[in-house]
Design a binder for this molecule. Sequence first.
Ligand SMILES: [Zn+2]
Length: 235
Amino acid sequence: MKTDPDRQSTALHREARIPAGLRALYTLALDLIFPPRCACCGRVDTVLCDHCADELVRGDIILLPPMPPIHSGAACGKYAGSLRSAIHALKYESDYSTAQRLALPLGQRMAAVFAQLAWKIDIVVPVPLHTSRLRERGYNQSMLLGVHVAHQFDLPVVPDAVTRLRSTASQVGRSSAERERALKDAFAAQPHLVDGQILLLIDDVCTTGATLRACAQAALNAGARQVTCLTLASA
Ligand SMILES: [Zn+2]
């Protein structure tokens, strides 16, 4: 359930005042009043049921159309059905522990697709959120996904390699040209982290590719050798 930031912050403060011993009881009481529901099928009492988790792990390779300056790009499914529901819940309806639970099968799906791509990669770089968005959400969903890929292939995750300098308003409903303009110079990369490296950018959804391309350009400007990208879904 999406709550507005003010109410969310009030709720967090209320929770912070509860002694640690009572917090589990508080969570239990909340679960009784508002039982968790599977993000995909709505089944009660779990944030993700076993059936939907099994389904989310299985993905297909969708090669993304050319998005210069990105060398190669792939997604792990269409932004539809249970994958869409899971991504929406991961981004907009989760606390940190729910997000981690959802990111597990989704990250495994990305790792399975990455294994088939046989790309040579030096570092895994989650597409960054602006610090204000990160504070509001409490986690970067691309980071939660990227760690699964990195862990499985023994690659370093370098979340600070690319940072978001400007908070861009929601890109939903904007044309490709409008997105490009809004994202120009929105990212910067750290030369000492990307110089000579082949990056794997990780993001949840590729819509027009404008965000990924802007990140890639920032990394290349800072000396990266090549940038590829893997997203969970392609819209
Ligand atoms: Zn389910």
